[in-house]
Structures are given as structure tokens and as C-alpha cells.
Design a protein around this ligand. Structure first.
Ligand SMILES: Cc1cc2nc3c(=O)[nH]c(=O)nc-3n(C[C@H](O)[C@H](O)[C@H](O)COP(=O)(O)OP(=O)(O)OC[C@H]3O[C@@H](n4cnc5c(N)ncnc54)[C@H](O)[C@@H]3O)c2cc1C
Length: 391
């Protein structure tokens, strides 16, 4: 039977990043994913925010051109323009980015097994005995520690007795080609409780790629139908006459905030599996990067000391305390069900105070909240870091 220090289930951004960080610290890491290749079934738009781009060395050739402009649309399509003097967003070319991250991980010593599914685990022994299925054959692996980086609907969470996500929105988008760009690269956000109940619909065009999507609470809309209607409603705003859909992406986005119990002496949760997504913006890529660094420190310490106290700081309760305002704003967004009310809210956003709030939500140097002592947990500390605001 194979044995290793850490088994990581899921090679999304969180699992890829953590696997490399642990391998660089001399641990024997086995990384598995049920996908045969990481370019398959990408489910994210891939928008990285400024603070992530500043704090982590993401490969430039896997990122699109910077975006500095946002247009916010009311249900009646009244527009509010927001502009930043900084490069605020870049869309990751996620298939290439995952492959690049995997390559870095393998070079650091990570053992990689694609097309391998986590099935179950036995926690009764000194080590965690993990059942992995590959092409219909079950293999057992003993590990000192198990990590669930297996997304919003984590199987590892249940298997090791940790919390699991209960609230999510669903996002669905098309990636288009052949849409002319008028003006600078732009993120268009449509607030419309019918097309995107509890969240927003979006068109993000960086001059190379165009993503057209809708997101919302699954009980309140049919994402496929909403995306169709959204496409149709864009005719007057974008020239879609030659547009070609080259990819469809979609999935669940947990928005209930970081889960409370995300680590114990058998394993821990990371990324979407831990609910580490901004409840307001539904951005989960920055948390993947930031929380991975923190998880690596905690795992290394735990395996060295074998003391459960080493895990006590990796607690959702500590992170949740920093999420309070965003959880409140999520409740408000969720509860606005009438287009008229949303229209009125959008009209108010023209007032200077609320416009600066909107500016803050889109352009504030927000990121996953770091807890004290880990405030600068990125790989390359950034030079100018005024009291960071979070959105
Ligand atoms: C439509 C959409 C658009 C989004 N856009 C953005 C955005 O623009 N910016 C942003 O910041 N966030 C965005 N998000 C959220 C963001 O994509 C996620 O928070 C982030 O990708 C989570 O990464 P992860 O590594 O935790 O999980 P995932 O990327 O979900 O990776 C989990 C991996 O685990 C594997 N897996 C699952 N179960 C098993 C199993 N039993 N055995 C083996 N492998 C398994 C899966 O195959 C998958 O590869 C978006 C989400 C959606 C759905």
C-alpha cells in the first residue's frame, strides 16, 4: 500500500497552490483530481482582483489585458460608470493557468494522479486510509493528513466530519469570440432580480475574451433560460452579430461565508470546500491563493508537532468575524426581489456617498480576510499596502 504525508483531493486553484507549497517544504504530497485533464470543465470566469495580482506571482502569459472600467446597469438599463486609475482586474486563461500551476507543483515534487476520484476514508487508525478510484479500480493510500480542496460540494468534508456548504448561488456563462470591443476593456454588471436573483449578470470584455453570464439563487431562476434571455437583451449594447460561443462554464458558488469547522486532526478544507468565497462579490480565487499559504503553515506545524493546537488558528470562526459586513450585504442583495426596488437602489447609487461605496465594492483592495499574524501571508509582499479594505 502506498503511503504519503498529505493527500490533496482536488486540483483547482486551491489544491494546486497548496500542493506546491507543501512539496517545497519537503512533504510527500499526492494530488488527485477526478478530471482527466485540468483544461476540462473549467467552471470559473477567472477574474483576478488587483490585490491577488499584486501579492502573488501569477504567470503573465495566462492573464488577459487589465480592466479598469466598470459599468453598472439597473434593471431598466440605466448606466453608472465607474473608473479606476489602477489595473483592477485581469481574466485568467484558466486552462493554461491550471496547467502552469500543475507543472510548478510537479517540479516541486508533487505526485499527480488525474482521473482519480476520492471515494471514502477510514479514520480509525493512526493514519487516514483513503480509498481512491481510478478507472473502476479502488486503491488504498495511507496519509498522515487529508485535504479537501474538492470544491463547493465537498465529499471530503463529510468524510472527515467537517462542516459543509449550505448556501450557494449558481453561475452560468458563455465564453464568446468575435465581439468587437468599443472603448477600453470593461466589466459590465447588470443588477436585475429577474435574470440574476440575488447576484448579478455580467459581460466582461478584456479585448481578447468575452464572458457573458448570469448568477443567482437556484430556487429562484432557471440559469439556462436566464442566460438565453440575457444574451437576447444585449443586442443593443454589444455587436453580437458575428459572436461565436466557444465554451460554456458553470457551477455552484458557496456564499454563506467561511464554514466554522474547517480543520481537525484528520484533515482540513480549502477553497470552495471551506466556503472561502466572498459572500458579497462571490469571488473565490483570491481566497484560494491566500488560504493555501495559511493552510500550508498550519499543516507543516501540525505534522511536525502532532499537537491539535497547531490547527486551532485554522478556524472558520476567526475568518467569519471579518466577514460580518459582507454577510449582511449578501442578505440585502438576496432579499431584493422586486425590479422596482432594485431600480430605486440603483438610482440612489448615483448619490456621491453611495457611488463611492460602489467604487469601494469594485475597486477596494479587497481580498480574503487574513487573520492577525498572517496579515501579509502572500508569497511576494506588496510594497504599498495602506490599510486594506475588503469587499
Ligand atoms: C460561473 C462561475 C464564475 C466564477 N467567476 C469567478 C471569478 O471571476 N473570480 C473569482 O474570484 N471567483 C469566481 N468564481 C468562484 C471561483 O471560481 C471558485 O471560488 C474557485 O474556482 C474555487 O476553487 P477551488 O480550487 O476551491 O475549487 P474547484 O475549482 O471547484 O476545484 C475542485 C476540484 O476538485 C475536483 N473534485 C471534486 N470532487 C472530487 C472527488 N471526489 N475526487 C477527486 N476530485 C474531485 C474537481 O474536479 C475540481 O477540479 C466563479 C464561480 C463560478 C461557478
Amino acid at each position: 500500500m502506498q503511503s504519503c504525508d498529505v493527500v490533496i483531493v482536488g486540483a483547482g486553484l486551491a489544491g494546486l497552490q497548496l500542493s506546491r507549497l507543501l512539496a517545497e517544504r519537503e512533504l510527500h504530497v499526492l494530488l488527485i483530481d477526478r478530471k482527466p485533464a485540468l483544461t476540462h470543465a473549467v467552471h470559473t470566469t477567472g477574474i483576478f482582483v488587483r490585490r491577488t495580482l499584486e501579492d502573488f506571482p501569477l504567470p503573465d502569459n495566462c492573464l488577459g489585458p487589465p480592466v479598469r472600467d466598470v459599468t453598472l446597469y439597473s434593471p431598466g438599463r440605466r448606466q453608472l460608470e465607474l473608473h479606476s486609475n489602477h489595473d483592477e482586474f485581469r481574466i485568467g486563461r484558466m486552462g493554461s493557468l491550471y496547467e502552469e500551476f500543475l507543472d510548478r507543483a510537479i517540479r516541486a515534487g508533487v505526485e499527480w494522479r488525474p482521473a482519480t476520484q476520492f471515494a471514502e476514508c477510514d479514520l480509525s487508525g493512526r493514519q487516514v486510509r483513503i480509498g481512491l478510484d481510478h478507472q473502476g479500480v479502488r486503491r488504498l493510500v495511507d496519509a498522515r493528513y487529508l485535504v479537501g480542496a474538492d470544491g463547493a460540494n465537498s465529499r471530503v468534508a463529510a468524510a472527515v466530519g467537517l462542516d459543509h456548504n449550505r448556501e450557494w448561488i449558481v453561475g452560468l456563462e458563455d465564453v464568446l469570440e468575435n465581439v468587437p470591443l468599443n472603448g477600453p476593456p470593461r466589466f459590465h454588471c447588470f443588477l436585475d432580480p429577474k435574470l440574476a436573483p440575488g447576484y448579478l449578470a455580467w459581460v466582461v470584455h478584456d479585448g481578447e475574451q468575452v464572458h457573458v453570464g448570469v448568477g443567482g439563487y437556484p430556487a429562484r431562476f432557471d440559469p439556462v433560460e436566464a442566460l438565453k434571455q440575457f444574451h437576447a437583451s444585449l443586442q443593443g449594447i454589444f455587436d453580437l452579430s458575428k459572436a461565436e460561443v466557444v465554451e460554456r462554464r458553470g457551477g455552484r458558488i458557496p456564499v454563506g461565508g467561511v464554514l466554522r469547522r474547517i480543520a481537525n486532526s484528520h484533515g482540513l478544507l480549502l477553497g470552495d470546500a471551506a466556503g472561502a468565497v466572498s459572500p458579497l462579490t462571490a469571488g473565490g480565487l483570491d481566497p484560494c491563493m491566500r488560504l493555501s499559504k495559511y493552510a500550508a503553515d498550519v499543516i507543516v506545524e501540525f505534522l511536525k508537532t502532532e499537537k491539535p493546537e497547531a490547527l486551532s488558528d485554522y478556524s472558520g470562526d476567526l475568518f467569519r468575524a471579518r466577514f460580518v459586513s459582507r454577510l449582511w450585504m449578501r442578505r440585502i442583495l438576496k432579499d431584493i426581489q422586486s425590479p422596482q426596488l432594485m431600480e430605486a437602489g440603483c438610482a440612489l447609487m448615483r448619490l456621491p456617498l453611495l457611488k463611492s461605496f460602489a467604487h469601494h465594492v469594485f475597486f477596494g483592495r479587497g481580498s480574503f480576510p487574513d487573520i492577525s499574524g498572517h496579515e501579509r501571508s502572500a508569497e511576494e509582499p506588496c510594497k504599498d499596502d495602506p490599510a486594506a479594505t475588503t469587499a
